[in-house]
Design a protein around this ligand. Structure first.
Ligand code: F6P
Length: 362
């Protein structure tokens, strides 16, 4: 096979596991005698003149640290030029053209794009950017809101981070006879909260997909006959007539009902932490699947794992399979989203464990 030139970039928010994906893709390219170019700072780096890149083919940086979180290619900072900032200033189409021009100048045969459901949706919607090269995407996100794949890179580590956090909180909770209301990330998808809550053995898990009743939550906590424990709350739940962070809203309600408690915010440590074995295996599976797809001349595809089988699906399929929502940051753009399904096995397990998971599925 002719020598190929592959580009690789990370877009959107970071999560643990990105460096393992990068390492496995680089290893695979070196084995195939392909060149591999890292694009730095996501779309910001790609739209810079010249594009910010690093040749990874003969990379000597120590992959011994590829289990560390973050991305060695970086995802950009808050002030970067990206789809959102370009859309805000009304320059989205010029920005897209710039990306297309940069990619052409880099003269790549294929691009491995590691992104969440927002980035994957944009890759589908603004596909002309990638004209003339093979686009192969790898799904990563701690939110696990990407349709048609059972796993996304970074999710398992995020769950593990929450479990470690809650395990430690429980010790101080017991000492001080108090409950903790732990707010997880996840955007409007409850998967992260649900998985962490079941793993921890929380007393309640409140997620956006299921309506809940504060009075029943209070009743449930009181019935436990304990004076300490963990309530898990996903970041985008709301309570009518109340404002503030979800964990604070619930905390105030519990206090009013006589339950001693504090809200707690693990925040960005959910995106950090050493990559778990499960995420590393996923990274390896996705990297090899992506490189095989390139060998097979596939384009506009993403890697997925379904019932243990690694394969690619088209970005069209991905986009059509999810619930399409307006992109909150880009006028006219839509994102394809997955949520906790009413028939989720894990919801049933949580119910069987006696965890309060709310009332009615929305
Ligand atoms: O999508 C990943 C995620 O970590 C969400 O769970 C969270 O709501 C969001 O990103 C935070 O984004 P930012 O880095 O912009 O604060």
């Amino acid at each position: 096979m002719a020598r190929k030139k592959i580009g690789i970039m990370t877009t959107g928010g970071d999560c643990s596991g990105l460096n393992t994906v990068i390492q496995r893709v680089v290893d695979g390219c070196v084995r195939r005698k392909w060149d591999i170019l890292g694009i730095q700072d996501g779309t910001d780096g790609l739209s810079s003149i010249p594009a910010k890149t690093v040749d990874l083919t003969n990379e000597t940086f120590q992959f011994a640290s590829s289990h560390l979180a973050g991305s060695i290619l970086a995802n950009g900072n808050a002030h970067v030029t990206n789809f959102e900032s370009a859309a805000r200033s009304g320059k989205l189409s010029a920005f897209n053209k710039k990306l297309q021009k940069s990619l052409k100048e880099l003269n790549l045969d294929a691009l491995v794009l590691i992104g969440g459901n927002g980035s994957l949706s944009l890759a589908h919607l603004y596909n002309e950017i990638y004209n003339g090269l093979q686009l192969v995407c790898i799904p990563k996100t701690i939110d696990m809101d990407v349709p048609l794949t059972d796993k996304t890179v970074g999710f398992d580590t995020a769950v593990q981070q929450l479990v470690s956090y809650c395990d430690q909180l429980l010790l101080t909770a017991r000492s001080h006879h108090r409950w903790f209301v732990v707010q997880t990330m996840g955007r409007d998808c409850g998967q992260l909260a649900l998985h962490a809550g079941v793993a921890v053995g929380a007393d309640a898990i409140i997620i956006p997909e299921i309506k809940f009743d504060v009075n029943n939550l209070v009743k449930h906590i009181k019935q436990s006959k304990r004076d300490y424990g963990i309530i898990i709350v996903s970041e985008s739940i709301s309570i009518r007539g109340h404002s503030g962070k979800p964990a604070e809203m619930i905390s105030r309600q519990l206090t009013a009902a006589g339950i001693t408690n504090k809200p707690a915010f693990p925040e960005y440590i959910q995106r950090a932490g050493d990559t778990t074995a499960d995420d590393r295996i996923l990274a390896a599976g996705f990297a090899e699947t992506a490189l095989t797809a390139i060998e097979n001349n596939e384009t506009n595809v993403m890697t997925v794992v379904q019932n243990g089988e690694y394969k690619t699906i088209s970005l069209n399929e991905f986009f059509a399979a999810g619930k399409q929502q307006k992109d909150p940051n880009i006028v006219g753009a839509m994102t394809s989203n997955a949520y906790v399904e009413p028939d989720s096995v894990l919801l049933q397990i949580a119910t069987d464990m006696g965890i309060y998971i709310g009332e009615k599925r929305k």
